[in-house]
Design a protein around this ligand. Structure first.
Ligand code: 5GP
Length: 237
Protein backbone atom coordinates (compact mmCIF):
# COMPACT_ATOMS: atom_id res chain seq x y z
CA UNK A 1 0.00 0.00 0.00
CA UNK A 2 1.56 3.32 -1.08
CA UNK A 3 1.09 6.78 0.38
CA UNK A 4 -0.43 9.09 -2.23
CA UNK A 5 -1.01 12.45 -0.59
CA UNK A 6 -0.79 14.07 2.84
CA UNK A 7 -4.40 14.80 3.77
CA UNK A 8 -4.20 16.13 7.29
CA UNK A 9 -1.58 16.97 9.91
CA UNK A 10 -2.86 16.92 13.46
CA UNK A 11 -0.95 17.60 16.67
CA UNK A 12 0.52 14.10 16.97
CA UNK A 13 -0.47 12.24 13.79
CA UNK A 14 -0.38 12.75 10.03
CA UNK A 15 -2.92 11.13 7.71
CA UNK A 16 -2.16 10.09 4.12
CA UNK A 17 -4.39 8.85 1.33
CA UNK A 18 -3.37 5.60 -0.36
CA UNK A 19 -3.92 4.01 -3.77
CA UNK A 20 -7.00 2.33 -2.21
CA UNK A 21 -9.69 4.99 -1.70
CA UNK A 22 -11.12 3.05 1.26
CA UNK A 23 -7.82 3.05 3.19
CA UNK A 24 -5.63 5.65 4.86
CA UNK A 25 -2.17 5.54 6.40
CA UNK A 26 -1.91 6.99 9.90
CA UNK A 27 1.58 8.16 10.93
CA UNK A 28 2.19 8.52 14.67
CA UNK A 29 4.77 11.29 15.10
CA UNK A 30 6.94 11.91 18.17
CA UNK A 31 5.20 15.24 18.83
CA UNK A 32 3.24 15.66 22.03
CA UNK A 33 0.95 18.60 22.55
CA UNK A 34 -1.26 19.90 25.33
CA UNK A 35 -3.54 22.86 26.01
CA UNK A 36 -4.85 23.00 22.42
CA UNK A 37 -1.35 23.00 20.95
CA UNK A 38 0.11 25.69 23.25
CA UNK A 39 2.66 23.26 24.71
CA UNK A 40 4.50 21.03 22.21
CA UNK A 41 7.50 18.75 22.67
CA UNK A 42 9.13 15.85 20.85
CA UNK A 43 9.81 12.54 22.56
CA UNK A 44 11.95 9.83 21.00
CA UNK A 45 10.08 6.50 20.56
CA UNK A 46 6.68 8.01 21.39
CA UNK A 47 5.26 7.65 17.86
CA UNK A 48 6.38 4.02 17.75
CA UNK A 49 4.93 3.25 21.20
CA UNK A 50 1.57 4.87 20.39
CA UNK A 51 1.31 3.09 17.04
CA UNK A 52 1.90 -0.35 18.60
CA UNK A 53 -0.29 0.56 21.59
CA UNK A 54 -3.26 1.59 19.45
CA UNK A 55 -2.96 -1.53 17.29
CA UNK A 56 -2.91 -3.72 20.42
CA UNK A 57 -6.00 -2.03 21.93
CA UNK A 58 -7.93 -1.91 18.64
CA UNK A 59 -7.25 -5.64 18.11
CA UNK A 60 -8.56 -6.42 21.61
CA UNK A 61 -11.69 -4.33 20.97
CA UNK A 62 -12.28 -5.89 17.55
CA UNK A 63 -11.95 -9.37 19.07
CA UNK A 64 -14.69 -8.37 21.55
CA UNK A 65 -16.96 -7.24 18.71
CA UNK A 66 -16.33 -3.47 18.59
CA UNK A 67 -16.08 -2.25 14.96
CA UNK A 68 -12.78 -0.35 14.59
CA UNK A 69 -10.98 1.33 11.71
CA UNK A 70 -7.69 -0.46 12.38
CA UNK A 71 -6.47 -2.80 9.62
CA UNK A 72 -2.79 -3.53 10.25
CA UNK A 73 0.55 -2.12 11.33
CA UNK A 74 2.74 -1.20 8.33
CA UNK A 75 5.92 -0.23 10.20
CA UNK A 76 6.91 1.08 13.64
CA UNK A 77 5.19 4.44 13.24
CA UNK A 78 2.50 3.74 10.62
CA UNK A 79 -0.74 1.79 10.46
CA UNK A 80 -3.26 1.15 7.70
CA UNK A 81 -6.82 2.14 8.66
CA UNK A 82 -10.24 2.38 7.04
CA UNK A 83 -11.03 5.79 5.56
CA UNK A 84 -13.77 6.97 7.94
CA UNK A 85 -15.86 10.08 7.57
CA UNK A 86 -15.14 11.35 11.09
CA UNK A 87 -17.85 12.94 13.24
CA UNK A 88 -16.68 16.22 14.87
CA UNK A 89 -17.41 14.80 18.31
CA UNK A 90 -15.36 13.48 21.24
CA UNK A 91 -16.95 10.87 23.54
CA UNK A 92 -15.54 10.83 27.08
CA UNK A 93 -16.25 8.22 29.74
CA UNK A 94 -15.02 8.79 33.29
CA UNK A 95 -14.64 6.13 35.98
CA UNK A 96 -12.90 8.49 38.40
CA UNK A 97 -13.42 12.26 38.67
CA UNK A 98 -10.38 14.33 37.69
CA UNK A 99 -9.25 16.77 34.99
CA UNK A 100 -11.81 19.11 33.45
CA UNK A 101 -14.72 17.51 35.33
CA UNK A 102 -13.25 18.56 38.67
CA UNK A 103 -12.57 22.10 37.41
CA UNK A 104 -16.06 22.42 35.93
CA UNK A 105 -18.15 20.94 38.74
CA UNK A 106 -15.92 21.46 41.79
CA UNK A 107 -16.20 17.79 42.76
CA UNK A 108 -13.50 15.91 44.68
CA UNK A 109 -10.47 14.86 42.63
CA UNK A 110 -10.12 11.07 42.67
CA UNK A 111 -13.78 10.38 43.49
CA UNK A 112 -14.91 7.01 42.10
CA UNK A 113 -17.91 7.37 39.80
CA UNK A 114 -20.39 4.54 39.97
CA UNK A 115 -21.92 4.40 37.44
CA UNK A 116 -19.30 5.88 35.13
CA UNK A 117 -20.31 9.17 33.55
CA UNK A 118 -20.41 10.16 29.88
CA UNK A 119 -19.86 13.49 28.10
CA UNK A 120 -19.84 14.73 24.51
CA UNK A 121 -17.39 17.46 23.41
CA UNK A 122 -17.22 19.31 20.11
CA UNK A 123 -13.89 18.79 18.35
CA UNK A 124 -12.84 22.39 17.87
CA UNK A 125 -9.46 23.66 19.12
CA UNK A 126 -10.33 27.34 18.57
CA UNK A 127 -13.30 26.93 20.92
CA UNK A 128 -11.24 24.66 23.27
CA UNK A 129 -13.46 21.62 22.60
CA UNK A 130 -16.63 22.81 24.42
CA UNK A 131 -18.94 20.32 26.07
CA UNK A 132 -22.12 19.68 24.05
CA UNK A 133 -25.25 17.57 24.53
CA UNK A 134 -27.40 15.30 22.38
CA UNK A 135 -29.66 18.20 21.37
CA UNK A 136 -26.74 20.26 20.01
CA UNK A 137 -25.61 17.24 17.99
CA UNK A 138 -29.07 16.86 16.42
CA UNK A 139 -29.76 20.59 15.95
CA UNK A 140 -26.44 21.19 14.19
CA UNK A 141 -26.60 17.90 12.30
CA UNK A 142 -23.26 16.63 13.63
CA UNK A 143 -24.70 13.09 13.91
CA UNK A 144 -28.06 11.29 13.88
CA UNK A 145 -30.02 10.09 16.93
CA UNK A 146 -29.14 6.53 15.98
CA UNK A 147 -25.42 7.44 15.84
CA UNK A 148 -25.68 9.18 19.25
CA UNK A 149 -27.09 5.99 20.77
CA UNK A 150 -24.43 3.87 19.07
CA UNK A 151 -21.59 6.14 20.22
CA UNK A 152 -22.80 5.91 23.83
CA UNK A 153 -23.30 2.15 23.70
CA UNK A 154 -19.92 1.49 22.05
CA UNK A 155 -18.05 3.88 24.36
CA UNK A 156 -19.46 2.08 27.42
CA UNK A 157 -18.76 -1.31 25.83
CA UNK A 158 -15.14 -0.20 25.40
CA UNK A 159 -15.14 0.75 29.11
CA UNK A 160 -16.19 -2.75 30.18
CA UNK A 161 -13.48 -4.36 28.03
CA UNK A 162 -10.62 -1.96 28.79
CA UNK A 163 -11.28 -1.36 32.50
CA UNK A 164 -10.70 -5.10 33.07
CA UNK A 165 -7.72 -5.25 30.70
CA UNK A 166 -5.94 -2.44 32.56
CA UNK A 167 -7.03 -3.74 35.98
CA UNK A 168 -5.45 -7.11 35.20
CA UNK A 169 -2.21 -5.21 34.51
CA UNK A 170 -2.40 -3.25 37.79
CA UNK A 171 -3.84 0.00 36.42
CA UNK A 172 -7.02 2.03 36.84
CA UNK A 173 -8.63 3.32 33.66
CA UNK A 174 -9.61 6.75 35.00
CA UNK A 175 -11.11 8.27 31.85
CA UNK A 176 -10.65 8.31 28.06
CA UNK A 177 -11.76 9.95 24.85
CA UNK A 178 -13.02 8.13 21.75
CA UNK A 179 -13.86 9.38 18.27
CA UNK A 180 -16.13 7.69 15.74
CA UNK A 181 -16.67 7.93 11.99
CA UNK A 182 -18.85 6.56 9.21
CA UNK A 183 -17.73 3.93 6.73
CA UNK A 184 -20.14 2.49 4.16
CA UNK A 185 -23.16 3.46 6.28
CA UNK A 186 -21.86 1.99 9.57
CA UNK A 187 -20.28 3.61 12.62
CA UNK A 188 -16.68 2.62 13.45
CA UNK A 189 -14.28 3.53 16.23
CA UNK A 190 -11.54 5.68 14.69
CA UNK A 191 -8.54 7.79 15.75
CA UNK A 192 -6.37 6.17 18.46
CA UNK A 193 -6.37 4.71 21.94
CA UNK A 194 -3.11 5.62 23.69
CA UNK A 195 -1.97 7.21 26.97
CA UNK A 196 -2.28 10.53 25.06
CA UNK A 197 -6.07 10.28 25.17
CA UNK A 198 -6.79 8.41 28.39
CA UNK A 199 -5.79 8.58 32.03
CA UNK A 200 -4.19 5.56 33.70
CA UNK A 201 -3.17 5.38 37.34
CA UNK A 202 -1.16 2.67 39.07
CA UNK A 203 -3.65 0.79 41.23
CA UNK A 204 -1.50 0.85 44.39
CA UNK A 205 0.36 4.17 44.22
CA UNK A 206 -2.02 6.11 41.92
CA UNK A 207 1.10 7.19 39.98
CA UNK A 208 0.00 8.85 36.72
CA UNK A 209 1.04 6.79 33.68
CA UNK A 210 -0.44 8.96 30.91
CA UNK A 211 -0.25 12.36 29.20
CA UNK A 212 -0.93 14.16 32.49
CA UNK A 213 2.82 13.60 33.10
CA UNK A 214 3.41 15.95 30.14
CA UNK A 215 0.51 18.34 30.88
CA UNK A 216 1.65 18.74 34.49
CA UNK A 217 5.42 18.72 33.79
CA UNK A 218 5.98 15.59 35.91
CA UNK A 219 8.68 14.15 33.56
CA UNK A 220 9.15 10.51 32.59
CA UNK A 221 6.49 10.72 29.86
CA UNK A 222 7.83 8.10 27.44
CA UNK A 223 9.03 5.94 30.34
CA UNK A 224 5.44 5.84 31.67
CA UNK A 225 4.00 4.97 28.23
CA UNK A 226 6.60 2.21 27.90
CA UNK A 227 5.71 0.89 31.34
CA UNK A 228 2.01 0.72 30.44
CA UNK A 229 2.83 -1.09 27.17
CA UNK A 230 5.15 -3.50 28.99
CA UNK A 231 2.54 -4.28 31.68
CA UNK A 232 -0.06 -5.05 28.99
CA UNK A 233 2.34 -7.15 26.95
CA UNK A 234 2.35 -4.84 23.91
CA UNK A 235 5.26 -5.74 21.63
CA UNK A 236 7.26 -2.62 20.78
CA UNK A 237 9.67 -2.06 17.90
P1 5GP B 1 -10.58 16.18 30.35
O1 5GP B 1 -11.95 16.56 29.87
O2 5GP B 1 -10.54 15.84 31.81
O3 5GP B 1 -9.52 17.17 29.95
O4 5GP B 1 -10.20 14.83 29.56
C1 5GP B 1 -10.91 13.63 29.75
C2 5GP B 1 -10.20 12.50 29.04
O5 5GP B 1 -10.31 12.65 27.64
C3 5GP B 1 -8.69 12.44 29.32
O6 5GP B 1 -8.30 11.08 29.36
C4 5GP B 1 -8.06 13.16 28.14
O7 5GP B 1 -6.78 12.64 27.86
C5 5GP B 1 -9.05 12.83 27.03
N1 5GP B 1 -9.19 13.95 26.09
C6 5GP B 1 -10.18 14.88 26.06
N2 5GP B 1 -10.00 15.75 25.05
C7 5GP B 1 -8.87 15.35 24.43
C8 5GP B 1 -8.17 15.86 23.28
O8 5GP B 1 -8.55 16.83 22.62
N3 5GP B 1 -7.02 15.19 22.95
C9 5GP B 1 -6.56 14.11 23.65
N4 5GP B 1 -5.42 13.52 23.26
N5 5GP B 1 -7.24 13.60 24.70
C10 5GP B 1 -8.36 14.22 25.09
Amino acid sequence: MNKVKELFTGKAKTIYSTDDQDKLIMLFRNDTSAFDGEKIEQFDRKGMINNHFTAFIMDKLAAAGVPTHHEKIINDQESLVKCLDMLPIECVVRNIATGSLVKRLGVEDGLELNPATFEFFLKNDELHDPMINDYHIISFNWATQDEIEKMKALTFEVNTILKQLFLDAGMLLVDYKLEFGRFKGELYLGDEFTPDGCRLWDIDTRKKLDKDRFRQGLGGVVEAYEEVAHRLGVELG
